[in-house]
Design a protein around this ligand. Structure first.
Ligand SMILES: [Fe+2]
Length: 211
């Protein structure tokens, strides 16, 4: 009798899990897609940082390094939520991208951040809300907020390079380890404005070399 009850309990739990997974199926698919997007961005920005350094743009290189870390945190959040909603993160796909000069790389970075911010994440957030997947919606919202700030920093960097200098780019960066939001010393907050993580936990870049 006990074995029958245990068997029925297992069947019930598995059925409930399958039901929950089917209700958040599209969100899980979107999380996998967003995971691939963020991993691609992280790898791409590391390559862009190397090009910037080789061209003598040390400060721009620091921005790309910090942004790469930011994207990696977005990816880790997406992966965790993907598992929560029953998906798997095996075999992530890095999309094709080109590495050119720093000015061209900045243009490409602006285009990809604009796409993520305007076309990718708003739909993903809406779907997660429809499927009642609030943690998925939060992961997408955090990435959307981060990409919005990346876009702003890349635009300032583009203007600086056009003026023939790197004066509009910070050399020192901080990344929130929880949501991936990127800060410079001019706009850093006591608490992360997106996820409320304490500033003391932020990851600093180029501290010892700050200008
Ligand atoms: Fe944060």
């Amino acid at each position: 009798m006990n074995r029958i009850i245990i068997y029925l309990s297992i069947v019930l739990v598995l059925s409930l899990n399958a039901c929950v997974s089917s209700l958040t199926k599209k969100t899980a698919e979107n999380l996998k897609s967003a995971l691939n997007t963020e991993l691609t961005a992280s790898e791409k920005y590391t390559k862009f940082a190397q090009v910037a350094m080789s061209e003598g743009f040390d400060t721009l290189s620091q921005l790309f390094i910090a942004a790469s870390k930011s994207e990696k945190i977005h990816a880790a959040n997406h992966e965790r939520m993907l598992h929560k909603y029953g998906g798997n993160s095996d075999n992530p796909e890095i999309a094709a991208y080109q590495v050119k000069t720093s000015k061209e790389n900045l243009d490409a970075a602006i285009k990809s951040e604009l796409f993520d911010m305007q076309s990718l994440y708003p739909g993903f957030i809406k779907t997660a809300e429809i499927e009642t997947a609030p943690d998925g919606a939060t992961a997408f919202t955090w990435a959307w907020s981060g990409d919005k700030r990346h876009l702003n920093f890349y635009r300032k960097a583009t203007a600086s390079l056009a003026a023939g200098n790197e004066n509009g780019i910070s050399y020192l960066w901080y990344v929130c380890p929880k949501c991936g939001n990127l800060y410079n010393p001019d706009d850093i907050k006591t608490l992360c404005e997106v996820c409320l993580e304490k500033q003391e936990n932020f990851i600093g870049f180029a501290k010892e070399e700050s200008k």
